[in-house]
Design a protein around this ligand. Structure first.
Ligand code: 3HC
Length: 329
């Protein structure tokens, strides 16, 4: 799979002869599965790739709080409200964890967040879709966090030490998110009214394909994969992880008694995987360009939150400065 990526004209990788001695040593460290730490020399392109990926991962966690935040005041029971609030708080923590991992590379948090607000930086496309009913909250937990786990479990083996260690804790919490989302849907399907059962199917119909898009473009159209795989930032390709997510999710869907909006979906015994239909890549790239259902609203909400919170940050800095001056006096 990896050889295909390089052959299909994606950014050509440097051959060993073209590498400097330092780059060769660095690549040997990567190939020997020795983690790269913040204090180690690294090619600037490796550093920039990580700052790009980790900052966008962190943005995804923070923006990802918004679709679910929409339902905190309307959760059907106190138990569901508590679960949802716990999940949203976890996502905030994941974002802060990842911004800290990003800062070990010398990136400035405020500048990276400014890129999110100016539209220069991306966040996961899935969060540009609305959460229209309570069933969406369950489907987000089950499908979106489920997809995130498939990607993030593999990221625990990423070559950059601080990023891989951040993933270990994040994956534990994501598993809770996926379980609580699935249990919510199972409850509605087993004990709900027909209207509630239809709500679950409608949520799956709207979120299934956008969840598959979370894994990124197809391998042959992924400009970053070849280099990220060579540096073991990415350990498996977009398509491999997408396929793994589908293979593990369809049996869960069958237990729910639901279907997915893909007439081409069927088990292929020869491949040992599910075959599935063509992803609407035009939709994917439109969402990436900012033309998704909620892009404007999401970025505006994040901008507003930063403005509204400015006084809290100023007060915290003033307090810390006063305390520091008292200690050094
Ligand atoms: N949404 C937005 N942008 C996407 C995307 C998506 N679903 N998939 C790919 N892209 C962007 C990439 O960022 C890249 O653009 P850039 O060069 O300007 O950054 C471009 O599309 C080409 O994609 P590539 O496959 O070449 O890029 P990568 O090698 O970076 O792979 C990725 C994309 C698989 C998303 C990878 O960046 C990755 O694994 N990131 C870490 C995991 C992550 O960010 N997950 C997002 C979800 S987090 C989440 O869901 C929170 C949870 O709590 C619910």
């Amino acid at each position: 799979m990896y050889a295909q990526l390089v052959e299909t004209g994606v950014k050509r990788l440097k051959t060993e002869d073209e590498m400097s001695a330092q780059e060769r040593d660095f690549q040997q460290r990567i190939d020997a599965e020795i983690k790269i730490e913040a204090k180690n020399w690294m090619p600037d392109a490796y550093r920039q790739t990580l700052i790009r990926q980790i900052s966008q991962h962190a943005h995804s966690e923070i923006v990802g709080m918004l679709p679910e935040g929409n339902w905190v005041t309307r959760a059907p029971t106190l138990k569901r409200k508590l679960q949802l609030m716990a999940k949203i708080q976890d996502e905030a923590g994941h974002g802060l964890y990842l911004y800290s991992a990003m800062e070990t590379l010398g990136a400035d948090r405020d500048s990276e967040i400014a890129k999110l607000h100016s539209g220069k930086a991306k966040y996961s496309s899935i969060f540009n879709y609305p959460t229209l009913t309570w069933a969406d909250v369950g489907a987000v937990g089950w499908l979106v966090d489920g997809a995130a786990i498939v990607n993030q479990v593999v990221l625990q083996r990423t070559s950059y030490g601080p990023y891989s260690r951040a993933m270990i804790r994040i994956c534990k919490e994501e598993s809770f998110h996926q379980r609580q989302g699935y249990e919510m849907l199972l409850t509605m399907m087993r004990h709900g009214t027909q209207v509630q059962k239809d709500m679950v199917q409608d949520a799956i119909n709207r979120l299934w394909w956008p969840s598959l898009m979370m894994f990124g473009p197809s391998d042959e159209h992924s400009p970053n994969s070849a280099q990220s795989m060579a540096w073991k930032i990415k350990r498996q390709s977009n398509d491999e992880l997408r396929q793994r997510f589908i293979d593990q999710t369809i049996p869960q869907l069958q237990v729910l008694g639901c279907s997915v909006p893909d007439p081409a979906l069927q088990w292929n015994a020869e491949r040992g995987h599910y075959d599935f239909g063509e992803i609407q890549w035009e939709e994917f790239y439109q969402v990436l360009k900012g033309n998704g259902p909620c892009n404007q609203e999401r970025v505006a909400t994040r901008r507003q939150a930063i403005e509204d919170g400015a006084w809290v940050r100023a007060a915290a800095v003033a307090h810390a400065r006063k305390k520091h001056l008292k200690n050094v006096a």
